[in-house]
Design a binder for this molecule. Structure first.
Ligand SMILES: *[C@@H]1O[C@H](CO)[C@@H](O)[C@H](O)[C@H]1NC(C)=O
Ligand SMILES: *[C@@H]1O[C@H](CO)[C@@H](O)[C@H](O)[C@H]1NC(C)=O
Length: 345
C-alpha cells in the first residue's frame, strides 16, 4: 500500500490534531517540570576535567554552579578519569544531567562507611536528593570494603543514594560491597547499568525498574555466608514502591539470595532475567518477617539459567497473573505521567 502524505490525508490531519493536543496539554501543565522537561532539551553544558582546561576540576564545583530552583536541563560533562570526591546534588537543584565518558572511563570514588558516628545515609560517594535527575556513562564507587575480599568486617558503605522522584540512570556503574545502591524514594529507571555488591546491595523503598542491567555479586570480605542482592523497603499495602528487574543478568562470585525483606511489604520482581548458579536455592529470605511472609511480594517470572531453578525455593514466593505482572513490567509502573520520555536523549 502506498503511503499518502498530502496535507489533505486524513491520517496526517489526525496526527496533527493529536500532536496539537499533546502540545496544548504540555502548555497547560504546571510549570517547573513540564515546560522545561517536555522539550527534553539541554540548554547549557558545563565541562569538568580534573586535568584542567575545562570549566571546573571537580564534579561538586560544577554542581555548585547550578542555581537553586533550576528549571532547565543542564548537562555536566565529566571527562574520563577517577574523581576522588563525594558529590551531592542537593534538593532544589533539579534538571541536572550528569554525563561521563563511559562507565569504565569516568568514575567518582570515595570510601566512607557506617560506624558509631556515621549513619549509612551519610556514607554515599554520590547522592542525588533533587527531583528530575539523570546520569549516563559514569560509575559511582565506594571503595571502603576493599571490593575484592579485602578482609575486615563488612560494613554499610553506599556508592550512590537516589532519593528524588523522576530520576534515571543509563549505562552507569554502581560498585561497592554492602549497600552499594541506596535506591531510596521516588520513581527511578536504570537502563543498561552495572551493579556490584555482596550484601543488600540494591536496597531502599524506591519505585524502580531495572532494565537490561548486569548484576554482579562481589567477593565478600571475611564472610563465607551467602549475600543478598536486594533488600526492599515497601512499608504498607498502599506503598507503591517495588524493584522490578527486567531482562537483566545475575552473575558473580559470592552466592546470594535474590533478596531479603527490609520492610514488611517488600516487593521485588525478577522478570525474564538470566541467573547463573550464584543464586542460592531458597532464593529469598524473610529476614525479620518470618511467619509474616503473606505481605511480602517476591516474584520470579520467565527467568532463565541455572539460578532460576525454583525447585528449592521458599514456599512463599508469589505468582502474579499475566495482567498483574503487566502492571509492573511496563514502564507505566514508574512513568504513567510520561516523565521518562520527557528527559533528554
Ligand atoms: C527549595 O524549594 C522550596 C519550595 O520551593 C523552598 O521553600 C526552599 O526555600 C528551597 N530551598 C532552597 C535551598 O532553595
Ligand atoms: C532443578 O533442580 C533440581 C534439584 O536440584 C533438579 O533435580 C532438576 O533437574 C533441576 N531442573 C532443571 C531444569 O535444571
Amino acid at each position: 500500500m502506498k503511503l499518502r502524505l498530502g496535507p489533505s490525508s486524513v491520517s496526517v490531519r489526525m496526527a496533527l490534531a493529536v500532536a496539537l493536543a499533546v502540545l496544548a496539554s504540555m502548555a497547560a501543565s504546571p510549570r517547573g517540570r513540564c515546560d522545561a522537561a517536555a522539550a527534553g532539551t539541554v540548554v547549557r553544558s558545563i565541562f569538568v576535567n580534573q586535568n584542567g582546561g575545562a570549566d571546573f576540576k571537580t564534579v561538586q564545583r560544577a554542581v555548585d554552579s547550578v542555581p537553586f530552583g533550576n528549571e532547565h536541563w543542564i548537562r555536566v560533562h565529566v571527562a574520563a578519569g577517577v574523581y576522588n570526591e563525594k558529590v551531592v546534588i542537593p534538593l532544589n537543584k533539579s534538571f541536572i544531567l550528569l554525563e561521563g565518558e563511559g562507565r569504565q572511563q569516568t568514575s567518582i570514588e570515595w570510601a566512607d562507611h557506617a560506624d558509631q558516628d556515621t549513619t549509612t545515609a551519610a556514607t554515599p560517594t554520590f547522592a542525588a536528593y533533587s527531583t528530575d535527575f539523570m546520569a549516563r556513562d559514569i560509575t559511582f564507587k565506594n571503595t571502603y570494603n576493599g571490593g575484592g575480599g579485602g578482609g575486615g568486617e563488612m560494613t554499610p558503605a553506599v556508592a550512590a543514594l537516589v532519593s528524588g522522584d523522576r530520576s534515571s540512570f543509563h549505562r552507569c556503574g554502581f560498585v561497592g560491597v554492602q549497600d552499594t545502591l541506596s535506591d531510596m524514594d521516588g520513581r527511578h529507571y536504570y537502563e543498561g547499568c552495572y551493579i556490584e555488591g555482596a550484601t543488600d546491595f540494591i536496597f531502599g523503598s524506591g519505585q524502580s525498574i531495572f532494565q537490561g542491567c548486569e548484576i554482579w555479586t562481589a567477593p565478600a570480605p571475611a564472610s563465607s555466608s551467602p549475600g543478598f542482592i536486594t533488600a526492599q523497603g515497601r512499608q504498607s499495602e498502599a506503598d507503591t514502591s517495588g524493584f522490578v528487574f527486567e531482562g537483566c543478568t545475575v552473575r558473580g562470585v559470592t552466592p546470594a539470595y535474590l533478596g531479603r525483606a527490609w520492610r514488611g511489604y517488600a516487593r521485588v520482581i525478577f522478570y525474564r532475567t538470566d541467573m547463573s548458579g550464584v543464586v542460592v536455592g531458597p532464593g529469598w529470605d524473610a529476614w525479620s518477617y518470618k511467619g509474616k511472609e503473606d505481605t511480602l511480594t517476591m516474584v520470579e517470572s520467565g527467568c532463565t539459567g541455572q539460578g532460576s531453578n525454583r525447585t528449592g525455593r521458599v514456599p512463599w514466593t508469589k505468582e502474579l497473573s499475566g495482567a498483574e505482572l503487566a502492571k509492573f513490567v511496563d514502564l507505566s509502573y514508574i512513568s504513567a505521567d510520561g516523565w521518562l520520555d520527557a528527559q533528554p536523549r
